[in-house]
Design a protein around this ligand. Structure first.
Ligand SMILES: Nc1ncnc2c1ncn2[C@@H]1O[C@H](COP(=O)(O)OP(=O)(O)O)[C@@H](O)[C@H]1O
Ligand SMILES: [Mg+2]
Length: 235
């Protein structure tokens, strides 16, 4: 493990203003978030706060909030988010070294909205390469050293087969001592054996089993009978 717990202490804050208004951020202030497995998936509805959380984790660890690897920090003048400024970690020995020294810090932040830009900057998405191909090139070339790898909905760009390849890279990364935190809606990714799944929502944060995930249940039922869902949205 690299980080074992994330938390934040904020003296005075406006509870009605972002990000303090987001339930999972409130829970982070109250209890913190423990990481109990090398891979943690964050799942939850749109707007539940997954991106707010993963971005702050990446920033707090010292990864560029625009996305990219440890050796490309703050390449943009986009400052840290308010939560990213305040987030702190209880780290394992290896993580403590990384937090203490920029030179020792390893990792990557794959941010959905800006991934192409970040990958292009690092030479992984030259013209003519698709979004998904750029992701795969980054996994193959960058997901190697033990460090903290933070991803925000990587499946958005990936085919079924490419998602499977990603799981293979994550497995290798973990075996080398790396740690992964990944926001996702993917029933495929969350099925990684041994991964922790944390559901983000009105309740804040809670651990769930893959089998009990609503998104898995919806996909199962949709694939079995699409019309059961479609009749609600189509005339
Ligand atoms: N920079 C921001 N400023 C103000 N509100 C924001 C900002 N980023 C996200 N939000 C709000 O915070 C909530 C959580 O957003 P987000 O973390 O992007 O959710 P998710 O990634 O789970 O879809 C949403 O209500 C969103 O509108
Ligand atoms: Mg998001």
């Amino acid at each position: 493990m690299i980080i074992e717990r994330a938390y934040a202490h904020v003296a005075a804050h406006d509870e009605d203003a972002w990000p303090w208004s987001v339930p999972c951020v409130r829970l982070l202030l109250e209890e913190g978030l423990r990481f109990t497995a090398p891979v943690t998936f964050l799942v939850g509805e749109n707007g539940s706060g997954k991106s707010t959380l993963v971005e702050a984790l990446a920033e707090g660890f010292g990864l560029d909030s625009w996305g990219g690897s440890h050796d490309w920090r703050y390449a943009t003048d986009r400052g840290k988010s308010v939560l990213g400024e305040r987030i702190r970690f209880d780290a394992a020995p290896r993580g403590r070294r990384m937090l203490g020294s920029r030179a020792a810090r390893k990792g990557f932040f794959l941010r959905a909205e800006t991934a192409l830009d970040a990958l292009d900057r690092e030479g992984f998405a030259p013209d003519g390469m698709s979004h998904g191909e750029g992701f795969l090139a980054a996994f193959r070339g960058k997901f190697l050293e033990p460090g903290l790898y933070v991803m925000d909905e990587p499946e958005a760009a990936l085919s079924f087969t490419s998602c499977l390849e990603l799981l293979g890279h994550l497995d290798q990364l973990v075996k080398r001592g790396g740690q992964v935190v990944c926001a996702t809606h993917s029933p495929l990714l969350t099925a990684l054996p041994g991964a922790d799944i944390v559901e983000v929502g009105e309740h804040g944060l809670r651990r769930v089993e893959w089998r009990e995930l609503e998104l898995v249940d919806h996909w199962r039922r949709y694939l079995a009978d699409p019309r059961a869902y479609l009749r609600h949205v189509l005339e």
